[in-house]
Ligand binder design. Sequence first.
Ligand SMILES: [Zn+2]
Length: 255
Amino acid sequence: MRLFDSHAHLDFPQYKDDRVALLSEMRAQRVAALNVGADLPSSKASVELSCANTHVLAACGVHPHEAKDYTPQVEAELVDLLRGEAVAVGECGLDFYRDLSPRAAQGRAFRAQLRLARRLDLPVILHQRDAWEEFLEVLRDEGPVRGVVHAFSGDAAAAKQVVELGLHMGIGGPLTYPKNAQLREAVRSVPLERLLVETDAPYLPPQVFRGKRNDPLKVRLVVTELAQLRRIPPEELAEISWHNACALLGVEPSF
Ligand SMILES: [Zn+2]
């Protein structure tokens, strides 16, 4: 069974002591990952990881937390990465929960990256927290893009809006949290071809690992839960989510 974790941050310092071992264990267990940049340095690190590992792909972008640092200079460097090894723009979006960048700056950086994705014909990795209506407004206003709403956590109505926008949704560890009945209900209603699985490692570990560091190997637990909800074998769900991720990103990792 091969698995595709569509959202991980393996360049983060949480992996400084065992990154190489983890990457080789991923290869042994046939777990591929999209490593997602959060700012310019981590976007560069994503590309380095991707160049050194055939089972890792890279996304390059600026997270809403860092939106205040999105300058023309940063954008020019992102474009270089996106014309090279990177396969997607992101993560980008709006985060009004932590508000680490002013909201106006978040909006500007988000719109700029959506335009970049369209200009370069690349998919986008979208982040949204506590900004759902504003997030949808920007997406509708900027016009159609291919992409995934990462760490989707909404209800069935929100899931429908994602599908109507032509977007995919990334489902991660929170699907396994006892209190998340609403999310489990939502993912039952989504066409299977719109579902990706992810970890958001080192964050959002599945229930049995809560409080611990997450890693892409644990995407297996998300697949198990999702397969049970959709009443199909885990092997089948793994293969469907693998194909969905590869089709969206336009490239297939190898082991
Ligand atoms: Zn992330």
